[in-house]
Design a protein. Structure first.
Ligand code: HEC
Length: 293
């Protein structure tokens, strides 16, 4: 339990350049979801942001009304409001979700208070903090576990929701049946590591639509790209550079996958293009994310 006097009124600046007092303006009396990112992160930050965007969509207009999302940069020196604004736009974040920066001292104060004490940028935590200031309840949840489950846990921070649940997400998506990811190779991986950014046959999302990707790119290019997009950008691969430019600098993350993982996920993409029935499951489901990242 963290009470009001635990938090400081440290000033923070949003991705729109507005200044707020951290506790008074952003936390007091609210239900909040807080995580830490930095925009030059090459691995899990963007996957985490994309996963939160999925959760945000499930919560609909509750976000901005009862629930507020804050993504705080761990690299305030580099991530000024302009940089955060561009980053946020890539994820279609919408109202009620602020990306926060400030002076390095101020951000450091807030980090310490919220228990984000990692020494280097690379080993920061990838969970979310859930808080209800009105009741003084705070907890942590995994960003990489089931997105729907996280959406539920967020809504349940509201006591009224515990007494009389109104959230219909689960039933609507699964029809009450337990969701199984089955034994289709590549499927579970696609759901947990790709689906937050890519659709197969439903159009461009945060990243390109992957329907037909196996026809437009050579297979060995796909394997190399999925295993390490950064390496291909580093080598000046023209297709990788063109994609990076097209997606306004948003990089496909380094997910630490093996060639075998990449092969499986490519096969899955190849055999599932256009099967929108499966997309429904994929859009909502998730496994456990890249562990330990
Ligand atoms: C955080 C979002 C994100 C995640 C997660 C992600 N990608 Fe991407 N992906 C992108 C973006 C953005 C691009 C385009 C820009 C670039 O290439 O850097 C891209 C590009 C690609 C491309 C090239 C598409 C083309 O038209 O040639 C492939 C293939 C791909 N991703 C596959 C995957 C697979 C497979 C996974 C999961 C293992 C995955 N991506 C996870 C964001 C993501």
């Amino acid at each position: 339990m963290w009470s009001a006097d635990y938090f400081t009124n440290t000033p923070v600046v949003t991705h729109d350049g507005k200044e707020f007092r951290f506790y008074e303006d952003l936390i007091k009396g609210k239900i909040v979801v807080v995580n830490f990112i930095y925009t030059s992160c090459r691995d899990v930050c963007s996957l985490a942001t994309a996963r939160l965007a999925q959760v945000r969509e499930m919560l609909g207009d509750r976000v901005g009304r009862d629930i507020f999302f804050y993504s705080i940069t761990l690299d305030p020196a580099l991530d000024g409001p302009e940089v955060l604004k561009k980053y946020a736009a890539n994820f279609h974040t919408g109202p009620g979700w602020l990306f926060l920066t400030g002076t390095p001292e101020n951000i450091s104060t807030i980090r310490q208070k919220l228990g984000e004490r990692s020494k280097s940028l690379g080993d920061h935590r990838n969970d979310v903090l859930l808080g209800n200031d009105a009741t003084g309840e705070w907890g942590r949840d995994s960003i990489f576990a089931d997105a729907e489950h996280l959406a539920h846990n967020i809504v349940r921070m509201d006591r009224r929701e515990r007494d009389t649940p109104t959230m219909k997400v689960a039933g609507a998506i699964t029809g009450g049946a337990p969701r199984s990811l089955g034994h289709v190779p590549g499927r579970a991986l696609f759901v947990k590591a790709c689906a937050a950014c890519h659709k197969i046959g439903d159009g461009k999302h945060i990243g390109p639509d992957l329907a037909g990707v196996t026809a437009r790119r050579p297979r060995d290019w796909l394997v190399r790209f999925i295993v390490s997009p950064g390496k291909m950008i580093g080598e000046g691969d023209p297709t990788a550079l063109a994609l990076l430019a097209e997606y306004r600098g948003l990089r496909m993350p380094e997910l630490g996958l093996t060639e075998k993982d990449a092969e499986d996920v490519i096969t899955y993409i190849e055999t599932n293009a256009g099967k929108t029935g499966d997309q429904d499951v994929i859009g909502a489901a998730a496994g456990n994310g890249p562990e330990g990242k």
